[in-house]
Design a protein around this ligand. Structure first.
Ligand code: NDP
Ligand code: PYC
Length: 335
């Protein structure tokens, strides 16, 4: 295991993206995102994803050089056509305008369509909370989650991320899939031979299974919390696809592009200026009071705590990367 300087890791990943057809701008954004996930210990969306990005670029399914088009849709509404590119460059293009609108009007909805999201969602919300706004993001993905009572998957693993300012420049953030496990974690479990937790998935015959490979071989994932998680999955399909003009998870069809792995769907982002609410400038203090109440009640770990601790350690010691992973990454420079 070596410990890589974060910027050196970003530079290596950017070279891989460029070597496989991405523009320099897209490469830098995706490299920072992917290295950031690894740095924060979000392994299901860190370096593990690089071969998937590369095979998708080679398949012609995604445009690694796409130029997003931002459309003004009202005082508090922005649309973005990601032009069959990745979501993060589209978000980067619209973010400054969205912040401006949220500050000017109290809120802003951003509807991104024709966009590929293959990453963790927290990087899409954290910067807005750091800028003093509340941010909620939703993305639909590919149909691998079976609704209660249904015979086949319809929903994606559809992540939902939330971030809000806390006192002292800190933020409160959570980021979670609607399935009990993210698809990436099932792939990792299959590769490493781990058994899935109870209630994570079903096999091709629709029977409950803890076998990760059975879920991948024609089985499906289950939403967390049964019908309650399924309702959140439905909301995310409506907000990230119907509202944005993107694909539903069940409409993603990459069959003509062998090697494609990045779902082309949509993302909805909602920004709120918390100073407009009833707590006014006291919003961050009110968030802190909730955290205090949770801690007093015995909850020691807040969402984001593990990620922030991993980040602080990596900033100090470097990002741990195994020799095997480094060799795999270097091979992607010439794939
Ligand atoms: P996890 O279940 O690992 O974590 C979900 C959230 O709960 C995190 O905010 C986490 O904080 C927090 N958390 C975890 N354990 C505790 C605990 N004991 N007490 C308090 N808080 C806790 O995430 P998922 O497996 O659902 O998702 C993993 C990643 O996969 C996400 O980043 C998601 O965006 C991504 N994903 C992306 C998809 C896409 O289409 N692009 C699709 C599906 C998932 P912390 O981070 O600090 O652990
Ligand atoms: O881990 O479920 C997942 C996922 C889907 C798309 C990107 N990540």
């Amino acid at each position: 295991m070596t410990h890589m300087d974060f910027d050196a890791l970003v530079a290596l990943l950017a070279r891989i993206f460029i070597a496989n057809g991405a523009s320099a701008g897209v490469a830098d954004i995706l490299a920072r995102n992917c290295a950031g996930a690894e740095r924060d210990g979000a392994m299901s969306h860190g370096l593990f994803r690089m071969p998937g990005y590369v095979s998708t670029l080679h398949s012609g399914w995604v445009d690694g050089r796409a130029e997003p088009v931002v459309e003004d849709a009202g005082a508090s509404f922005l649309r973005v056509d990601a032009a069959n590119g990745f979501t993060q460059p589209a978000l980067a293009a619209v973010a400054p305008i969205a912040i401006e609108k949220a500050r000017a009007t109290g809120a802003c909805v951003v509807a991104i369509r024709r966009s590929h999201h293959f990453a963790a969602l927290w990087p899409d919300v954290e910067p807005f909370a750091e800028a003093g706004l509340v941010a909620i993001a939703m993305v639909d993905s590919m149909a691998v989650v079976v609704p209660p009572g249904a015979r086949r998957p319809v929903y994606g693993t559809n992540p939902l991320a939330f971030a809000a300012p806390r006192e002292g420049g800190r933020i409160m953030v959570f980021d979670q899939a609607v399935s009990l496990l993210a698809h990436g974690d099932v792939q990792i479990a299959a590769r490493e031979g781990h058994v899935l937790p109870e209630g994570a998935g079903v096999d091709a015959a629709g029977q409950p299974t803890r076998d990760a490979q059975a879920v991948l071989d024609g089985g499906a994932l289950l939403p967390f919390g049964g019908h309650k998680g399924a309702a959140i999955a439905m909301m995310i399909e409506i907000m990230a696809a119907a509202l944005t003009g993107g694909n539903y998870s069940h409409e993603v069809d990459w069959s003509a592009h062998p090697g494609a792995q990045t779902p082309c769907t949509g993302q909805c982002l909602i920004l709120i200026d918390p100073a407009r609410g009833g707590s006014g400038a006291g919003f961050a203090a009110r968030v802190e009071q909730l955290v205090d109440a949770l801690r007093a009640a015995g909850q020691e770990r807040m969402p984001g705590d593990r990620r922030f601790a991993a980040r602080a350690k990596a900033v100090r010691d470097g990002v741990p990367v195994s020799a095997e992973m480094l060799a795999r990454l270097e091979a992607l420079l010439t794939s």
